[in-house]
Design a protein around this ligand. Sequence first.
Ligand code: HEC
Ligand code: HEC
Ligand code: HEC
Ligand code: HEC
Ligand code: HEC
Length: 491
Amino acid sequence: MEKTICVKVSHRRKRVVLVLIILLGFWCQQACADTLTPQNWSPTWVNPAWDRPANMVLDRQISVPGDIELTQILDPVTCSGCHSDIYNQWQGSMHGLAQQDPVYQAAAKLFLAEAQASGDTGAIEEARSCVRCHTPVGHLSKTIETSDGNFNSFSADDQRDGIFCDFCHTVKASAGIGNAPFIVDPGKNNPTPGTKWGPRGDAPPTGTHDREFSELHTRSEMCGMCHDVTHTLNGTPLERTYTEWRESPYNTGDPSTTVYCQDCHMRQKPGVPATGSTARPDNPGQSSPAGPERPHIYVHYVVGGNAAVSSNETIKQMAVERLQNCAEVEIEAPDSLEAFTATSIKVRVTNTGAGHYLPTGLSEVRQMWLHVIVESSRGEILFESGRVDTEGTIDPNARMYNIVLADKNGNHTANVALADHVESDNRIPPKGCTTETFTMGLPVKALRGITITATLKYRSASQSLINTLLEGAAPTLPIIDMASATKSVQR
Ligand code: HEC
Ligand code: HEC
Ligand code: HEC
Ligand code: HEC
Ligand code: HEC
């Protein structure tokens, strides 16, 4: 009898599944029709119609080199005259430094040289694409050309070489997600500075520049243009921050409850980390003395985990505050101890506050790992994992959370241009966790009691990579303690 019911149910299920598959097929034709194959210079894909900002367009007429003259683009100093708070926040930010960043420049030059040496035209093409995101105006105005390996910045007092005001706010539309599909429409410089696209568009004209509401600017798709990087020819996913966020619980599909990139990254101020596990309060004020008082003005520090490159102490401190408010470490240890038998200690790491994987972005290069120490009651170290030696090298057996890229021959490579596939990825998903087991044999002296300390650590890159890239000029990269736990087991 039971069996019959079971069969009946499963028949009905089959029918439901069949209908679902047909419906899915229809939906896929609609939604997946907008998925593009990876191509040279973007986009990788376009949001489906029900989830597309009004100014994400399908014609794919992205801006290309030669479309603008450098003289059409205003220097951030011009904007600072009326938007001084925003300017001060942005100055020294990773966006402002995206081109001047010595780590980026050294990597770009090395990766191009290695690609050229390999003779692989796909790799050479990829190595020339860096400029599109790191110096969009340098690229579009053909001021920074890479065909000859020239990645050099503009003159020292010209701040138009990174990612700055009059780039982001002359973006009038996007052609999709990934590989920088921006469509810019700058003015003609002073006295006709053109339209600035932004989140408001609700107040009278500013007297200086026209402005227009851009839904794109209010949503993660603005960031998703550049924070989703795909190898231009072989399609290897190199950075997936937008996609990780899109698939996370922070994206509920309902704009009133969704936590956009801006809700975390454009609400952070010194002392207010604004992560997924901390408050993200409003920042009331004016964006310009000539503008109205508003309940919230978007903040422009836009800090991530990088406390190494900027010389601005505020930015560095904010990166530390961000890292220290996004993860939790817990220890699970046995209640009693026995000498000479294998003892297992479990350490759980939870991503409580990042709206994407932890870490994200250039996760082949970033280092996040566990440092675990077991000490006797007299402070002797009985077990250790994840120690950093005097050269800055991490214990090769450490539990690391990153992406490993491999080239065509299956060899590990940090060169994104030579990357052919992702070999492994063990990062921690948003609101997800991972548990590590450390097994050790404890000596007799452990029987008087032990103390276990587990610390989650972060460094922007390995010290050896920075030494290779920057040679004599390499600084010692800071190692940041993100979260830690201690547990004692008494006899
Ligand atoms: C002479 C003063 C002045 C200068 C210079 C100026 N702005 Fe503005 N801007 C304003 C005022 C006033 C507002 C309106 C503020 C408000 O509505 O809260 C504004 C608003 C904006 C907005 C918001 C648009 C919206 O409606 O969402 C953006 C974006 C913007 N400016 C960008 C820039 C950029 C980029 C520069 C430099 C190229 C610049 N501004 C230079 C006065 C100025
Ligand atoms: C990486 C791109 C980016 C850069 C660089 C950038 N902005 Fe913005 N800006 C944004 C986005 C996105 C918003 C809207 C955030 C939202 O609504 O969620 C915004 C908002 C604004 C606003 C409206 C603020 C408000 O809340 O009313 C002004 C004014 C503004 N930006 C001016 C500037 C100035 C001046 C600079 C340079 C010092 C600058 N921006 C640099 C992306 C950028
Ligand atoms: C034009 C492309 C572009 C756009 C648009 C853009 N970014 Fe970025 N962003 C970059 C690049 C390139 C860097 C890396 C600069 C570097 O490290 O040299 C960066 C750096 C960052 C960092 C710092 C990362 C770290 O390691 O500390 C954060 C955070 C960030 N972006 C968030 C955002 C958010 C949020 C938005 C949308 C409001 C956005 N970005 C829009 C290209 C872009
Ligand atoms: C719920 C809050 C939250 C949201 C939403 C969020 N982030 Fe983050 N982000 C963080 C925290 C916390 C960190 C620091 C930990 C880390 O490095 O991942 C961070 C770090 C970063 C970094 C630096 C990563 C690294 O280690 O090099 C980048 C780049 C970044 N975010 C971009 C984005 C973009 C783009 C979006 C939207 C697609 C976004 N973030 C959405 C909280 C958030
Ligand atoms: C589609 C946009 C895009 C392209 C193309 C791109 N990048 Fe980036 N790059 C980013 C973003 C976004 C970040 C910030 C992610 C993070 O902080 O982890 C970044 C960060 C970096 C960093 C980290 C800088 C630091 O100080 O830690 C390096 C190095 C870098 N990129 C090198 C390159 C090179 C070399 C190329 C060309 C082969 C390239 N990028 C092409 C978007 C891009």
